[in-house]
Structures are given as structure tokens and as C-alpha cells.
Design a protein around this ligand. Structure first.
Ligand SMILES: Nc1nc2c(ncn2[C@@H]2O[C@H](COP(=O)(O)OP(=O)(O)OP(=O)(O)O)[C@@H](O)[C@H]2O)c(=O)[nH]1
Ligand SMILES: [Mg+2]
Length: 310
């Protein structure tokens, strides 16, 4: 088995897409060899990871599609990891993504993979981290990770990506409000997509003011207007991403911060392994039959029996 994993790893490093797809399945489902595959990864070999986040329907996939067109002209090799929205509400949009992206499925420079979300606490981020790290092992220039951002998940994507692009749209009025509550901290670049809509200018203006207020010396978060469907503003967005990466070269602090965040997520996932609400409920139902039931004693016992230490 170990030999198989070594071969798989070698093929992934050589850029074999089929092997990469298999490797992701191994990691995603924690199949045999999952741990040794991850333990063999080379941290130093990396493609840059760009997180594209924002509310449902903001045009993230359309934007990714337009960026792919742009970067393909520069001969870049790119991977896209689309983190599936878990709610059935988004299913139509997801199908739309597939159709829109299908033109790239046979392109030898583009690798696209969807990742299903997990319900368990910590499960989602740890899996995205693991899969992204595996994808980085293949010879890509850029890895794009699209996630629907609703509150906490945006913060999580920022812990994963070298550059976080927060995509907003004019129609949702309370977004700037939400940003004040923390999204501001995680955005490296703001996109005002659907700039063809009438009130885009207002959102753009407000974001510029916010970015200016939060500016750290000359480092003001750029705000880019796009019409993703028309590919308008996409070259400018790509240029801002490149500029951001160029500015990051001299910042080892950011790398340390990212690795700390990733390690924290992985530790959390490890510690929560085998723990889920159903299991707690089952054991609780049994324990409640005992007349001197005590929640704290129950919890302590549950932890003793279920948490893998070390
Ligand atoms: N008018 C206009 N429509 C756009 C623009 N960008 C995207 N759209 C449309 O907005 C809808 C949603 O676009 P998606 O790219 O699927 O949005 P998303 O953020 O990936 O959506 P989820 O993944 O479901 O969160 C689609 O119908 C797009 O055609 C734009 O710049 N202008
Ligand atoms: Mg999408």
C-alpha cells in the first residue's frame, strides 16, 4: 500500500491530473494511505493560493471563469477547488458552475475539483486545508479556492489562502455593515462585482472610504470594479493579485500566521474525530436512565472514551 501511495505522490508531483484526482479522493474520504500521503508533502513547493469568497450568487464562479481565461493567455497552470455550498438552495447555481466551467475540463493547464462540505465542526476547514495542500504539490502556478462566505467561513478561508479576494455585489445593502464586523480584517482585495448594476457606484464608494479608514500607511486594500460576465475589470483584478503577491515576498510573518491558523484547524479536526451530535445523543439517552445523571460527569466520561489523544 505504501508503495502505491509513493507512486501516486510521484505522479501528482509530475502533474498527472488523474493521479491528483485520485489523491484528493484518498484525502477526502480518509482512505488507506491518507496519512502517509499528507506526511510526504513538501511545504516549500508552492503554488500561490487565492481564496475567492463572498455571499451566495455574488458572481464568484463567473469571476473565477474570467480569471482562468485571463491567466490561460499567460500560460499559467491553474487549479480550481470549488467548495460546494451545502444548502440545496444553491444547487441550481452549482449546476450553473459546472456548465460554465465545462469548457475548461479538457484543458491540460486547468484542473477543477469540487469539494463537498462537512457538517461537523472543524471538518470543513481541515478538509479544504488538506486538499489544497495536496493540490499545491502538483506543478500549478495558482490554486483558486471558491467558498461561499457567510460569516465565519470567510475568516477560515483567510487562514488558508495567500491572498483573499472578497467579492461583494451592490444588491445586498447590509454588506458594508457586515464588513465592519470583521470581513475587513481578512480581505486583501475587494471586488465590487455586477458593476453594471445601478447602485454599484455607491458600494464602491463606501468600500473605498472603509479601506481608507483602515489603511496601514500606504497599504490600502484595493477595491476593483468588475462585470464578471463581460470579463470587465478582470485584468485589473489579476494585476492587483500579482501586485499583492509581489508585496508579500518580504513578509515571512504572514506565512507564519497562515501556518499557525492551518495547524490550529487541523488540531481541532483531529481532536473532534469520532465526536458528533448523534453519538452524544445516543449515549446521553442511555445515561439519562440513570437517576443520578450529571451532565458534567457524562461529558467527562464521553471525552475519556471518545477523544483520541496524541
Ligand atoms: N449582471 C451581472 N450578472 C452577473 C455578473 N457576474 C455574475 N453574474 C450572474 O450572477 C449569477 C450568479 O453568478 P455565480 O458566478 O454563479 O455566483 P457565485 O458567487 O459563484 O454563486 P454561489 O457559488 O452559488 O455562491 C449568474 O446568473 C451570473 O451570470 C455581473 O458582473 N453582472
Ligand atoms: Mg459559485
Amino acid at each position: 500500500m505504501l508503495g502505491d501511495i509513493q507512486l501516486l505522490h510521484k505522479e501528482i508531483r509530475e502533474g498527472n491530473f488523474l493521479s491528483l484526482a485520485r489523491g484528493i479522493t484518498v484525502v477526502e474520504n480518509e482512505l488507506n494511505g491518507y496519512e502517509s500521503l499528507l506526511l510526504g508533502l513538501h511545504e516549500s513547493r508552492h503554488a500561490r493560493v487565492i481564496g475567492i469568497t463572498g455571499p451566495p450568487g455574488a458572481g464568484k464562479s463567473t469571476l473565477v471563469n474570467a480569471l482562468l481565461h485571463h491567466w490561460l493567455k499567460e500560460n499559467k497552470k491553474i487549479a480550481v477547488i470549488a467548495v460546494d455550498p451545502s444548502s440545496p438552495f444553491n444547487y441550481g447555481a452549482l449546476l450553473g458552475d459546472r456548465i460554465r466551467m465545462s469548457e475548461f475540463y479538457t484543458n491540460p493547464n486547468i484542473f477543477i475539483r469540487s469539494l463537498a462540505t462537512r457538517g461537523a465542526l472543524g471538518g470543513l476547514s481541515a478538509k479544504i486545508i488538506e486538499v489544497t495542500d495536496l493540490v499545491k504539490e502538483a506543478p500549478f502556478d495558482l490554486v483558486l479556492v471558491e467558498t461561499v462566505g457567510v460569516g465565519q467561513s470567510e475568516v477560515e478561508i483567510a487562514g488558508l489562502a495567500d491572498c483573499t479576494v472578497v467579492t461583494l455585489v451592490p444588491e445586498a445593502g447590509d454588506e458594508v455593515q457586515a464588513m465592519k464586523a470583521g470581513i475587513m480584517e481578512i480581505a486583501n482585495i475587494f471586488v465590487v462585482n455586477k458593476a453594471d448594476h445601478a447602485d454599484a457606484e455607491g458600494l464602491y464608494h463606501n468600500l473605498r472610504i472603509l479601506a481608507h479608514e483602515k489603511a496601514d500607511g500606504d497599504n490600502e486594500i484595493p477595491v476593483v470594479k468588475t462585470v464578471a460576465t463581460e470579463h470587465n475589470g478582470v485584468a485589473q483584478l489579476a494585476a492587483e493579485i500579482t501586485k499583492f503577491f509581489d508585496g508579500q515576498k518580504a513578509m515571512p510573518e504572514k506565512r507564519l500566521q497562515l501556518l499557525t491558523e492551518k495547524s490550529w484547524q487541523l488540531i481541532q479536526a483531529q481532536r473532534m474525530k469520532g465526536i458528533n451530535r448523534n453519538r452524544i445523543k445516543e449515549q446521553l439517552a442511555a445515561a439519562l436512565k440513570n437517576e443520578d445523571f450529571n451532565l458534567y460527569a457524562f461529558t467527562k466520561q464521553f471525552l475519556d472514551q471518545n477523544v483520541r489523544i496524541g
